[in-house]
Design a protein around this ligand. Structure first.
Ligand code: FNR
Length: 389
């Protein structure tokens, strides 16, 4: 028997006996509105904002909302186990914290607090290349807990090699290569405020601490920070890359490699052909291509194309436990959650991130049980119908 995440519900009610209520909403769809009220417009705009008019972020929510669960009864769900195996790792539940850059704009404890929260709850923390804390320091804050490294694939081969070597040496087990950001999309909320943390050298910690990056600078970072920022922009990403380039990553990383941002079944097939281990079906939370397909609408096609060859993960639009249930039913092995944990961090530091993880998994546990499932393994497309848009 696994941990009963649903016990969080009773814990909340029992705390109520002494007049205590949760510090943050338990309906996680409300976190954005609370964050908008309490945090500054620059950081909130950066996190909540999307590409273009926001149509892809809305499509992500619509694609999940259109699918409806058809619960089954009398199936003995009194003992449940949410644990899953993902990329050869045993995880307590089908959830990981998505890579999100520059967390220091939300809370001074930034990535350390989020990573500690993930560690405390046993879910993997995926550290962004664009973190505001160097990867070694985040690893140290997490002890031996599960962590993966997300790569924004630099133009410079030496920096790429150095990032991979550092990630390996500091205990990151899987490499998540984000393909959907060879350049930053048109993001009106940031543009209207002329707000981009990287310009100020925020979110560049892995680069500024990297020997290969520093070798490309005429002067040390603190003597000429502007030149360091410009060097960062010059090598941060590379729109010229193509599928054969993946061989370089395969040669330089001996653990699992997952490609994030795959939406087309043919791209999923190319990932499998290139010897990758998995894909994350994701549109970056609607932050890259406005007018893009909702991520959950793309998921079944990718699962059909490569479900027997690759581990298929999912993100973009997950806000509740029933969203996770739906993603599993559409064929995802596990989901990543982005903005909700970032809002939790901004509102209440490590405790806020733990609140988000516990709410999501308590709600997933209850949704599974109330729909007739004792484990994620039995959830399938037969549990869903698709309603009108
Ligand atoms: C992101 N995301 C992201 N992805 C990535 O691979 N590297 C990164 O550095 C970032 N940075 C980032 C910053 C912010 C503020 C957000 C909101 C998102 C995308 C992230 O990993 C994930 O794909 C989405 O957040 C998932 O969508 P939801 O859960 O936010 O709807």
């Amino acid at each position: 028997m696994g941990k009963h995440w649903a016990d969080f519900q009773l814990e909340i009610y029992l705390n109520g006996m002494t007049g205590t209520v949760p510090r943050l909403p338990t309906d996680l769809t409300r976190l954005e509105e609370v964050t908008e009220q309490r945090l500054g417009p620059g950081p909130v705009g950066y996190v909540a904002g999307s590409a273009g008019d926001g149509s892809t972020a809305r499509a992500n929510r619509d694609a999940l909302a259109r699918r409806r669960i058809v619960p089954r009864m009398l199936r003995d769900v009194h003992e449940r186990d949410l644990s899953v195996e993902v990329l050869g790792r045993a995880l307590p539940a089908p959830l990981a914290l998505a890579p999100v850059g520059v967390l220091s704009i939300m809370h001074p404890d930034a990535e350390r607090a989020a990573a500690r929260a993930a560690a405390a709850q046993g879910v993997p923390f995926i550290l962004s290349s664009a973190s505001s804390t160097p990867m070694e320091e985040v690893a140290e804050a997490m002890g031996g807990s599960e962590r993966w490294f997300q790569l924004y694939w630099p133009k410079d081969r030496e920096v790429t090699r150095s990032f991979l070597a550092r990630a390996k040496a500091s205990g990151y087990t899987a490499l998540v290569v984000t393909l959907d950001t060879p350049m930053l999309a048109w993001r009106p909320r940031d543009l209207d405020q002329a707000y981009l943390p990287f310009v100020h050298g925020v979110g560049t910690a892995n680069y500024f601490s990297d020997p290969a990056f520093r070798a490309g600078l005429a002067k040390p970072v603190d003597e000429d920070p502007k030149a360091a920022v410009l060097h960062f922009f010059s090598l941060f990403s590379d729109p010229a890359k193509t599928w054969p380039d993946l061989a370089f990553l395969r040669e330089n990383w001996d653990g699992p490699i997952v490609l994030k941002g795959v939406l087309h079944p043919d791209d999923a097939r190319l990932a499998a052909d290139a010897g990758m281990d998995g894909v994350v079906v994701s549109n970056h939370g609607g932050r890259q291509v406005a007018g893009s397909v909702g991520a959950a609408d793309a998921l079944p096609g990718v699962v059909e194309a490569v479900g027997d060859r690759l581990t298929v993960l999912f993100d973009s639009g997950v806000r509740t436990g029933d969203d996770i249930f739906k993603a599993l039913a559409l064929g995802a092995r596990s989901v990543l959650v982005g903005r909700p944990y970032v809002y939790g961090l901004g509102l209440d530091g490590q405790a806020g991130v733990e609140h988000v993880i516990r709410c999501l998994l308590a709600e997933l546990d209850l949704t599974l049980a109330l729909s007739g499932h004792a484990t994620p393994a039995t959830v399938s497309a037969a549990d869903l119908i698709t309603g009108p848009a």
